[in-house]
Design a protein around this ligand. Structure first.
Ligand code: HPA
Ligand code: ZN
Length: 336
């Protein structure tokens, strides 16, 4: 329909996409074979790419998904594997009308299986450069730290010479916090976020996806996060909601992810209307497109089907996304 044409044409920014979550079952099987990585034999889901995709329709929680997510990325070994993965994502993003993409990756999930950090960076950086040159998409790489691992390990990673070099030379511009949320409150990572702020890095954190709304406030006050990833539990606290609206903090909302991981029963339960009515700024994002059944435009369409935003509301959603991006003011002006 014409609204879907409009949604495709709007200048979209994506702020919440884990590159490892863009690994399609097809590419996963192809890389596993090339790299002679054995996939779990005791799980029927790993028989074929098709059976794996079917299993992805039956996630029961964030942790159920994360089990598959960490196995999937075990197929990624060489710089060219990481480049192929990110390039696959950027092509989808371009087809969906993304102008600017701020992409997450999980360094600890690779170094812990002896894939060197510079290998990961080399592959992702090559794909980012190609996306800028061939697709006109500007990009920012953000390194997420895994909250299910001891905070001391995240600090060790952050302080390692290779990681420091990638921050110093501008290859990686931000930090995030992801993986299992429940029982891993933000305050555990206070030292990490203080270090990031001192280096002048941008800061975001997953909060209020499965976890309580108190994790959103502590991500803001203790971690000094500039943005909140997901943040849908904000609808439970009208005082904090008003504060976030007044501050103009951007939430990076991922509606299809929330349904597939059973944080909500349907897209209509994502508090989009409440956020709009109260002036809470948000962007719409795919999170892990290969696992959650859709890329960014599918998320836009699902929100439209559930909430029927007006054209001017859609334009203001995209404007908030541009203004809340971490690119230069000059680039923002180009997109507006
Ligand atoms: N939540 C937390 N960690 C993640 C996610 C998510 O949706 N995707 C990849 N890592
Ligand atoms: Zn996420």
């Amino acid at each position: 329909s014409s609204i879907h044409t409009l949604l495709k044409q709007l200048p979209k920014c994506e702020h919440h996409i884990h590159l490892e979550g863009a690994l399609s079952p097809q590419l996963l099987f192809q890389l596993a074979e090339k790299n002679t990585i054995t996939l779990p034999q005791d799980d029927e889901a790993f028989k074929t790419p098709e059976s794996l995709l079917e299993r992805y329709e039956r996630f029961t929680s964030l942790d159920d998904f994360l089990g598959y997510y960490y196995i999937g990325m075990s197929a990624l070994i060489t710089a060219s594997d990481f480049e192929a993965l990110a390039w696959d994502y950027f092509q989808h993003a371009s087809a969906d009308g993304v102008h600017h993409a701020e992409v997450f990756f999980d360094p600890q999930a690779h170094t812990s299986r002896n894939v060197a950090y510079p290998t990961v960076i080399q592959g992702f950086q090559a794909a980012c450069e190609r996306a800028e040159k061939e697709l006109g998409i500007t990009t920012i790489l953000t390194a997420c730290y895994l909250r299910h691992l001891p905070p001391a390990e995240s600090l060790e990673m952050f302080q390692s010479p290779e990681v420091q070099e990638s921050y110093r030379n501008g290859t990686v511009k931000g930090i995030g916090l992801d993986s299992s949320e429940m029982n891993f409150p933000p305050h555990l990572f206070e030292d990490l976020y203080r270090g990031a702020k001192e280096l002048g890095l941008r800061r975001t954190a997953h909060a209020g996806e499965e976890g309580p709304v108190s994790y959103i406030s502590s991500a803001l006050t203790i971690l000094n996060a500039e943005r909140i990833d997901h943040g849908i539990q904000l609808a439970q606290d009208d005082v904090l909601l008003k504060q976030i609206a007044d501050q103009g903090t951007l939430l990076t909302v991922c509606p299809l992810s929330n349904v597939v991981l059973r944080c909500v029963k349907s897209v209509s339960e994502v508090p989009i209307r409440k956020f709009l009515d109260h002036g809470v700024k948000f962007s719409l994002n795919s999170d892990d497109p290969a696992y959650f059944g859709g890329h960014i435009l599918d998320n836009y369409c699902a929100v439209h089907d559930a909430f029927e935003l007006s054209v001017s509301e859609w334009e203001s959603v995209c404007r908030a996304g541009i203004e809340g991006s971490w690119c230069s003011e000059e680039r923002k002006t180009e997109m507006l």
